[in-house]
Design a protein around this ligand. Structure first.
Ligand code: GLU
Length: 496
């Protein structure tokens, strides 16, 4: 078995395209077959190098790896030409010299007669001489017009035979005026020559398939099996488009989604394995089949994608998350450092941040050296003398904490054991801070509930923050004390 993904590089890898690639990849791998990538870049005007690179990078990011070298149609024009010569010689194709205006005229006439607008066949029987061949022309496929002729194939997803009367099919163009082969022609040559056995693609190609079957037959190739996957709809039931938010894989990457979450999400978009929601690439390859591909359109649901993203984020070690957060955007000026203080905060946010970008935003207070309190947030509060008194004691409490608590040793965080030791030590440190802090509160008859907001505001300037113990650990004694003092000054000034 051999499947392929054959994108045209006329845009970034779309989420629907990624699903098609994943389905083809999973189907091949499940059957111990091969998966190939072919870039269909014969539309020279619309194809762009940056899109081609994006498609290849995005597939790699999703762990969808082709088994052989990627094929580029633009490098194979000579091959297509030799096959069109064969078809012409065998009278299975013909030259067409009709001008755009003439075609338009014929078309309008048919429409006026309530008939399907198709090429009327003016040049079908023409025997052009050399002089005529020097004028602009296209090459058309000669569809079998004998009475009752039909073309069909069995769709593996619909599980039904789709038969189309040849009257419905135009003498479609194989080679355009500029000598470039059309999609329907090049796709057949390539799929046949590279030994593709199964083609899974969007059902927007349903009408192309009979034309391609005709070409397989005309060229004496065995036709592969076809499966047409229903499209993806936005929440409003309309075809998924930019209106619904991010549609390219790279956009999801930029927004802080993990590739595992995207893959898991996409495979469930139109395919199921019982009630399984969590599926790794390994599971997908193990279970994937066509039988469980849904026949109806799938609806894109961002909430579910976020849920899956949180799931995969929670499984990650905080040091890996730090690297992933640093990877997502190049416009972040200051990268997070790979140290235990950052890891402590990242770990504490694992159950709260649904995307890597959210992590990054929640860590601003930690990355920024200085803190600037905002009136619009703090004006909501009525701070009083008790608050000032608490902050004073809290500062003294922090200053008095044993330095040992903050010391996680000089563990080598590039090694697994170093990371594990550091995380173990971190757990103890957080426990110690918790015990000390609770002792401090109860000695003064304070509760965490009444003081937590003040601490959050002091440390981050925001009403929502990472957990207090982790913030104390990560900011460290000096920065905590500095912020408590700055905050105290600020609230005294607010009152004046
Ligand atoms: N280049 C075509 C597309 O992007 C490929 C369709 C196919 O899989 O045959 O739609």
């Amino acid at each position: 078995m051999k499947t392929r993904f054959a994108p045209s590089p006329t845009g970034y890898l779309h989420i629907g395209g990624a699903r098609t690639a994943l389905f083809n990849y999973a189907y091949a791998k499940h059957n111990a077959g091969k998966f190939a990538l072919r870039i269909e870049d014969t539309d020279f005007e619309r194809s762009e190098k940056r899109f081609e690179e994006d498609i290849m990078e995005s597939l790699k990011w999703l762990s969808i790896f082709p088994d052989e070298e990627t094929i580029f149609q633009s490098e194979r024009l000579g091959i297509y030409k030799s096959y069109v010569v064969q078809l012409l010689k065998e009278n299975k194709a013909y030259y067409c010299f009709c001008s755009k205006e003439l075609l338009e005229e014929d078309r309008n006439k048919l429409i006026a007669e309530n008939k399907k607008p198709m090429y009327v066949g003016r040049c079908r029987e023409l025997k052009p001489d050399e002089a005529l061949l020097k004028t602009p022309h296209v090459i058309r496929f000669r569809v079998d017009r004998s009475s009752g002729a039909a073309t069909g194939f069995k769709d593996l997803i619909r599980n039904q035979y789709i038969n189309v009367n040849n009257d419905e099919i135009d003498d479609f163009v194989l080679v355009r005026e500029d000598g470039i082969p059309t999609y329907n022609f090049a796709v057949v040559i390539d799929d046949a020559l590279t030994g593709i056995t199964h083609i899974l693609r969007g059902d927007d190609h349903l009408s192309n398939t009979p034309k391609q079957i005709m070409l397989y037959n005309a060229l004496g190739f065995n036709a592969p099996e076809f499966a047409h996957v229903s499209m993806i709809l936005g929440s409003d039931g309309k075809r998924l488009s930019k209106r619904h938010g991010a549609t390219s894989v790279n956009q999801y990457k930029k927004e802080g989604y993990l590739p595992e979450a995207i893959v898991n999400y996409l495979i469930r978009l139109g395919w199921s394995h019982g009630n399984d929601e969590i599926l790794s690439m390994e599971d997908i390859i193990k279970y994937f089949d066509l039988k469980n591909i849904s026949k109806s359109a799938a609806v894109f649901n961002t909430e579910k994608l976020l849920w899956l993203n949180s799931h995969y984020i929670k499984l990650k070690d905080p040091f890996i998350l730090i690297n992933l957060i640093n990877d997502i955007k190049d416009d972040f000026q200051i990268p997070l450092s790979l140290d235990i203080k950052t890891a402590a905060l990242v770990d504490s946010l694992k159950s709260r941040a649904k995307t890597l970008v959210e992590f990054r935003n929640k860590l601003d207070f930690f990355i920024d050296e200085t803190i600037n309190y905002k009136d619009e947030i703090l004006n909501e509060f009525n701070f009083n003398e008790n608050d000032s008194a608490f902050l004073k004691s809290f500062g003294e409490f922090i200053a008095g904490l044993n330095d040992e608590i903050f010391n996680c040793g000089d563990m080598d965080l590039t090694a697994r054991t170093g990371k594990e030791n550091a995380l173990e030590k971190l757990k103890n440190s957080i426990e110690s801070i918790k015990n000390e802090f609770n002792g401090f509160l109860s000695k003064n008859n304070w509760t965490i509930k009444e003081k937590a907001m003040l601490i959050r505001l002091a440390f981050t300037g925001e009403k929502v923050s990472p957990p207090i113990y982790e913030m104390i650990f990560s900011l460290g004694k000096e920065r905590c004390v500095e912020r408590i003092e700055k905050f105290s000054d600020y609230i005294i000034n607010i009152k004046r």
